[in-house]
Design a protein around this ligand. Structure first.
Ligand code: C2E
Ligand code: MG
Ligand code: MG
Ligand code: MG
Length: 287
């Protein structure tokens, strides 16, 4: 196997890699028409309160129903969309759909004990630097008749590492309006923990790599200590902690004991169609 040189992701000596390059090129050129033709769709994965097990909202995860290749996950096309700039209109579309969906959930599920459902939407770094972000978000919320507190925007830790004030300004404006900002994949970016104070975030989403260590029983003691430390730091900074990748009941219990607030993962539900979330939340609300 040829080793790729200089950070090149593709190993051209590998025949399969050639196929991947062609697909990559093909996918890139098909992206704009895919948006026009409505080939993207969104799945929603519930966010569950660890204390009482209630569904509090969902994360929107985009998929592409490609006419030849079938359903493609975001890891296949988001990087391409970022590279070509299509991520801006695509991200706007995801935001608009998701916020509308949140409104529908709220209308149908308004008065339950756990409170109105909220929606988490991923933002790519390119969207952060796009000048229309704040205005687009405000308009989308207004059009849907949804208050800003229904929305949480997820930004990866790596996108904010070394972020200067210009980059943080739109996030600050959104946070002041009442939109929650979550630091996604937290713990993978080697960011300075003290840096957290500077960021307009209110939620830490602990990366799946931490929950993995809790799959076996007893859990890895070092992982436990690290998570315990992160949770206590987060809470002392008034940040809520969400954990990703919870696949077993044992993990959920461990993370609850460690003080994590919200969880997401296959143990509760895989990402699915919006009706599924409504069912889960409703079952939950009626006991
Ligand atoms: P993410 O934001 O960290 O989303 C969580 C990913 O973990 C999702 O993968 C989800 O399906 C997966 N996951 C959830 N629970 C479990 C579990 O228990 N076990 C395991 N093994 N995996 C679990 P997905 O849907 O493939 O999305 C991958 C990434 O693509 C997302 O990571 C996010 O960074 C990005 N993405 C998804 N939708 C969008 C979007 O609309 N815009 C942008 N910019 N990025 C998006
Ligand atoms: Mg996310
Ligand atoms: Mg994440
Ligand atoms: Mg992740």
């Amino acid at each position: 196997r040829a080793k790729s040189a200089g950070g090149n992701r593709y190993e051209f000596a590998d025949p399969e890699a050639d196929a991947r390059v062609i697909t990559r090129h093909g996918l890139t050129t098909a992206l704009p028409t895919a948006l026009e033709r409505g080939e993207f769709f969104i799945e929603y994965q519930p966010l569950v309160h660890l204390g009482d097990g209630s569904v509090r909202g969902a994360e929107a995860l985009v998929r592409w129903l490609h006419p030849q290749h079938g359903v493609l996950g975001p890891d296949r096309f988001i990087p391409l969309a970022e590279h070509t700039g299509l991520i801006v209109p695509l991200g706007r579309w995801v935001l608009e759909q998701s916020v509308r969906q949140a409104r529908e959930w709220r209308e149908r599920n308004g008065g339950d004990a756990a409170g109105p459902l909220r929606i988490n939407v991923n933002l790519s770094p390119c969207q952060l630097t796009h000048p229309g972000l704040v205005q687009d978000t405000v308009e989308i919320l207004e059009r849907a008749g949804v208050t800003p507190d229904a929305l949480c925007l997820e930004v990866t830790e790596s996108a904010l590492i070394g972020a200067d004030d210009d980059l943080l300004k739109p996030l600050r404006r959104l946070a002041e309006m009442g939109v929650d900002i979550a630091l996604d994949d937290f713990g993978t970016g080697y960011s300075n923990l003290a840096n957290l104070r500077r960021l307009p975030v209110s939620v830490l989403k602990l990366d799946r790599s931490f929950t993995r260590g809790m799959q076996q029983f007893p859990a890895d003691p070092v992982d436990l200590k690290i998570v315990e430390g992160i949770v206590s730091l987060a809470h002392s900074l008034d940040l809520a902690v969400t954990v990703e990748g919870v696949e077993t009941g044992a993990q959920a219990e461990q993370l609850r004991i460690l003080g994590c607030d919200t969880a997401q993962g296959w143990y509760y539900a895989r990402p699915g169609p919006p009706e599924r979330l409504h069912e889960l939340a409703l079952v939950d609300a009626t006991g």
